[in-house]
Design a protein around this ligand. Structure first.
Ligand code: ATP
Ligand code: MG
Length: 348
């Protein structure tokens, strides 16, 4: 569960500081729209921090996972470019991090076949995140691709032998499936050794940031503040955020989730604790809270938004970043696939 993952994350943080060279990080996003504050404080900020600490970093744009999403598929190129822009704006450095897409790496996708043979349909059906995503999807029928998303994700992580995955809380069940697949592959084909690591999730201080309606901030729920939004749009969205009728502002995540998530957001932007932010506001009420959060977010994002606008002017650089990332990822994937084929005695 989450508390075990939080405790494990604290241990990992220490190990990363001591020896970043032990870790290889893989994370990514589906190109379904602009990244938002939930992504940022849930995982993106950790990615950049770890990259800067010297952890080898791979960032996947999961474009094959939006094939079923018609309205997105028609404008896929734009969505991919928007995502690369977001990455560059937050400080992902293409010199040190490999940014790539599913569709450019055949050998990665080929790993999915043997991996599919290592999990049962019953195990996939139990995955609560897949259930949730299916419930929120606008489509009536669930495709086999969507159902097997966690197995595809195992291929994403294991193609580079990633052992560290900074994610939000909703991804913990997926990561459990990756760990199972790695373990079973090693048991069955490892010849007493280890082909794949069992990767760890790394949670941030905000593993589940709430959106303006009080449920998980999400691209598909219209409750998100995009990193690329301007200051006015941000103010408008946060002004409409759900709170409660209690005038005195306190940090109480279990009892007052909406107010607490806003306090946490301000705290993350200002490098303080949510309790400190709450104390400053005191009995000034929800309007004062929203004003504080809006100012904190806009101030924090201003340099990032400026960088994003600059990179948006340089399409050639965007394309080069992806081309070079894809080349690097392809070489890594081919090496891993060759190892897999040898381990499986070329039966695959
Ligand atoms: P979609 O609605 O298309 O599923 P999403 O907003 O849920 O989009 P994902 O692409 O599913 O975003 O998630 C990308 C990464 O961001 C994952 O690691 C996920 O855990 C993390 N993440 C997304 N939303 C939040 C959130 N509200 N709080 C913390 N982490 C989040
Ligand atoms: Mg999601």
């Amino acid at each position: 569960g989450t508390s075990a993952a939080r405790a494990r994350s604290a241990v990992l943080e220490e190990q990363i500081r001591e020896d970043p060279g032990r870790f290889r990080m893989l994370t990514g996003d589906r190109p379904t729209g602009r990244l938002h504050l939930g992504h940022y404080f849930g995982t993106l900020h950790n990615r950049v921090r770890l990259q800067d600490l010297g952890v080898e970093t791979y960032v996947i744009i999961a474009d094959y996972q939006v094939l079923t999403d018609r309205d997105v598929a028609d404008t896929l190129t734009e969505h991919v470019e928007e995502l690369v822009l977001d990455y560059l704006a937050i400080g992902v450095d293409p010199e040190r991090s490999t940014i790539f897409t599913h569709s450019a790496i055949p050998a990665l996708n080929q790993l999915m076949l043997p991996f599919l043979s290592l999990v049962s349909v019953a195990e996939l059906s139990r995955n609560p995140t897949v259930k949730d995503e299916i419930a929120h999807s606008r489509q009536s029928a669930v495709s086999g691709l969507m159902f097997t998303y966690p197995v595809h994700q195992a291929a994403d992580i294991l193609f580079c032998k990633g052992n560290l995955v900074p994610v939000g809380q909703d991804q913990l069940p997926h990561l459990e499936i990756t760990r199972t697949i790695a373990r079973r592959f090693n048991d069955r084909y490892g010849n007493g050794g280890t082909v794949f690591p069992e990767p760890d999730a790394l949670l941030s201080r905000a593993p589940l940031l709430l959106g303006t309606d009080g449920t998980k901030m999400s691209k598909s729920r219209r409750n998100a503040v995009a990193l690329a939004a301007d200051a006015d749009e941000t103010a408008r969205l946060l002004k409409a955020a759900k709170t409660d009728s209690e005038r005195h502002i306190t940090y109480d995540p279990a009892g007052r989730p909406e107010v607490s998530s806003l306090l946490l957001l301000a705290a993350l932007c200002q490098n303080r604790t949510p309790e400190e932010v709450a104390d400053d506001i005191g009995s000034a009420g929800a309007a004062a809270l929203k004003k504080t959060v809006t100012e904190a977010v806009n101030e924090y994002l201003a340099p990032l938004r400026a960088r994003r606008a600059e990179y948006a002017q340089d399409r050639a650089y965007l394309h080069r970043t992806l081309r070079e990332g894809n080349e690097r990822a392809r070489a890594v994937a081919e090496t891993t696939l060759a190892q897999v084929r040898t381990a499986m005695k070329n039966h695959y």
